[in-house]
Design a protein around this ligand. Sequence first.
Ligand code: NDP
Length: 483
Amino acid sequence: MQTQPTASHYIDGAYADDSEGAAFDSLYPYTGAPIATLHDATPAIIDAAIAAAARTQMEWAALPGVERGRVLRRAADILRAQNRELSELETYDTGKPLQETLVADAASGADALEYFGGIASSIGGEHVQLGDDFFYTRREPLGVCVGIGAWNYPIQIACWKAAPALACGNAMVFKPSERTPLSALKLAEILTEAGAPPGLFNVVQGRGSVGAALIEDPRVAKVSLTGSVPTGRKVYASAAEGMRHVTMELGGKSPILIFDDADLEAAVGGAINGNFYSSGQICSNGTRVFVQTDMKEPFLDRLTERLGGVVMGDPMDEATNFGPMTTGRQMQIVLDYIETAQAEGARLVTGGKRADRDGWFIEPTVFADVTDDMTIAREEIFGPVMSVLSFKTEEEAIARANDTAFGLSAGVFTRDLARGHRIAGTLQAGTCWINTYNLTPVEMPFGGVKMSGLGRENSREAIAHWSQVKSVYVGAGTVEAPF
Ligand code: NDP
C-alpha cells in the first residue's frame, strides 16, 4: 500500500509542502521501518492554512445547515466506502491490529460525520416573549478553530473534532500527532471530494511547537486538544492569553469497581476491554480495577485464563488481537512503569516484559495487591498494564476511586442496579459505565472532569462547545429614556 502522502500538509483544498520544515518519519510500529517522510509546518505553511480557513469560514457559515450537513454526510459515506484502505493506513501508522481499526477508527469517524451532518440543519437558538418585546438567540460559529490530536486514535480524533466544528459553521486547521500524521490527510481529501470548499479543513504537520504556533495566532477562536494533562496545561494557558475557547480531552486513571455480586464474565470482559484494547493506549481506560474481597481470586483466575486468548503478531493479520505500542518511546515509558511497580512491591500476576519478538510489543500485564499510593495506581501509564486493588465496602471503594486528580471515566459492575446508579452518581468522572466499559457512541457526550479536561465531544452537547450564543432583543414600543 502507498503510505507516503503526496505532500506533508493539506491547505486550501490541495496538498502543500515546504521542504524548509524539518523532516520527520512516520514509523510502522511492527517493524520500526519508515512508512512516510514529512516536514514540520513552517511559519509560511501555518499562515497559509489559517488564512485559507479564515477566508472560507464565513461563506461556509452562511450556507443553510442542511447544505453543510450534506457535505458531512457525503464524507461519512466515502469514509465507509474506503474503510478497508483507511484502516490499513491507520494500522501502519499506529500499529493497532487491523481487527480493531476495521471497526473502531474510520468507522467511528464516519459516525461522527453522519451524526453532526444530520443535526447541522437544526442548530439554532430560542425565542422568548417579554410582553410585546421579545428576544431570540442565534447560535453562531466561533470562526477558525484549531484541532490538535494524540497518536492513539488519529482519524477518529480528527473526525470527532471536525464534524461538530464544521456542522456549526466553523473552519478548521488540524494538527495530528507527529507520530501518526497520515490519516488526517485522507480525511481532508475526503471532505474535498464530498464538496467541502477549499480551506474548510486544513491539515498541518509537525511537533508540539507547530501546535503552539497555531494557538497563538490572533485569527484563531478556539482550540480543541486531545492529549496529555501536561500538554493540556500549556495549551490552555496559551489559549487564555487570547481568551480563546477550549476543549480539553486529556488523560485519566479511571477506576472500575467490581462487586462480589457482579457477573464475573462481564466484569472480566470489561476489565480486558478497559486495559488491553489498543494495547492499553486509550485515555478512558479503567486501569485501577477495584475488586471486592470475595471476588478477587475468581476474578484474577478467570482474567488470567482469558488472557490466554491474546493473539500477538502481525497487525495486518486479522486474527491478531493485540498489537505493538505505537512508538518505541512509549514502550520504554511503559516498561519503566512496570519496573517501578515491582520495586514498589506490586505482585506481578502475568506479563511484565517486552515480548520476545520484533516490534514494540509489551505483554499484557496484570499486577495484583496494588495499593493506592503506588506509582502505577496514581499515574497514567498509557500501555497494557492493569492494576488490581481490593476493597471491602462500597463507601471505601467510592472514596478510593475518587482519590485522584483525574476524572475522565469510571465503571461499576454489580447485579444490584440501585447500587450501580448510586455509585454512578458519586463517582467523579465525565462518563460512568454500569456493567460494561469503554463504549463511546457518538450519541453520548464524552469528556472529563477535574484534571481530565473541559468541554464535551460528541452528542448535542458538543454543539455548545463549537458555537457561541448571540442574543437579539427586539423592542416593540417606544423607547423610554430619563432625559
Ligand atoms: P501529548 O500531550 O504528548 O500530545 C498531544 C498533541 O499535542 C500532539 O499532537 C502533540 O504534538 C501536541 N503538542 C505537544 N506539545 C504542544 C504544545 N506545547 N502546544 C500545542 N500542541 C502541543 O499526548 P500524546 O500524543 O502522547 O497522547 C497521549 C495522551 O493523550 C494521553 O494522556 C491520553 O490519555 C490522552 N488522550 C486523551 C483522550 C481523550 O479524549 N480524553 C483520547 C486519547 C488520548 P506531537 O505529538 O507532535 O509532539
